[in-house]
Design a protein around this ligand. Sequence first.
Ligand SMILES: *Cc1c(COP(=O)(O)O)cnc(C)c1O
Length: 371
Amino acid sequence: MNIPFLSFSETHSQVKSDILEQFEKFYDSNSYVLAENTFEFEKEYAYFNKVNYCIGVSNGLDALHLSLKALNIGRGDEVLVPSNTYIATVLAISYVGATPVFVEPKQETFNIDPSLIESSISSKTKAIMPVHLYGQSCEMTEIMQIANKYGLHIVEDNAQSQGATYNSTMTGAFGVVNATSFYPTKNLGALGEAGAVTTNDSVIKEKILALRNYGSREKYVNEIIGYNNRIDECQAAFLRIKLRKLNEWTGNRQSIANLYDKNLQDIEEIKIPQIAPNATSVYHLYVIKTLQRDKLKDYLLSKGIGTAIHYPIPPHLQSAYTNLNFKKGDFPIAEELADTSLSLPLYIGMTELQIKYIVDNIRSFFEKYKD
Ligand SMILES: *Cc1c(COP(=O)(O)O)cnc(C)c1O
């Protein structure tokens, strides 16, 4: 059997005829930037995310950057961010000239540990950026309480978790301003680059609208120094079609994850993802942990099973961040996750037979290499 780590074939075949029809309309519309599809998608995504406003932008990193910009976070400010996040969250902090302050995650959930946040707060701290990693919501009640106590902003990185909830509130709706990504592999993926900012605050909304469009809300009137971070009209058209499928696809992801859970939980040598009380996961990724990660990865590959590592090097050990002067050992939990995590195949269209083949092979690996 050959099982790639990721495949678009099922989702794409489900929406292909709609996408092509929409593309033809878009092609003939003669309106290619900030037109009907963008405005309709923004309304539809805001409705989906249960927020007042969604502003479509060029990608997830730009959404994060504009979110921090809209809060006037900059040089001299500190922003708390998990030590095991994808690099983009940290890059956005660097873009505005602020300093990332890393907070370790919980081993079991991979998400920022609320009990470690308070001791990382200084007089320079302006914001906390919870990253809902692998599709699971962070523990938002605890995080919001700390933010309120210290007067800090929350800026969620919701790139991996569209549709996840904490205490029934959707991720991307907690922070004063939040970012998401529609990179093709995300749960809601474009056919190219796209992202969005979500907010309930009308002042922030107006700011982001200006920032994404040269600092201008009225043509040729520039209020601030902005960017060209507009969402592509054609991607917005495609996203509208895929958004209609998102809840169903999320259900498929959750069923696959449940099957993995059921079949892997008794294997002592691996740790399966734990969902925090009151949190849900939309399973952007299914990530297990094992001390024999590299060997297991090679073994599965030899059986035709693709896997991936999210992420092999934590931000504080990247050469891009040597200026922060961190060394190996500074964030041991993030480092351990980088050394032991393995993402198993998870995509719409996987069959029970394929999942059985994967778990059977994981089982036979550990029988073969029992210490
Ligand atoms: C994908 C991702 C981003 C960046 O999104 P792009 O659209 O690729 O710029 C940011 N944060 C997280 C957690 C991501 O997974």
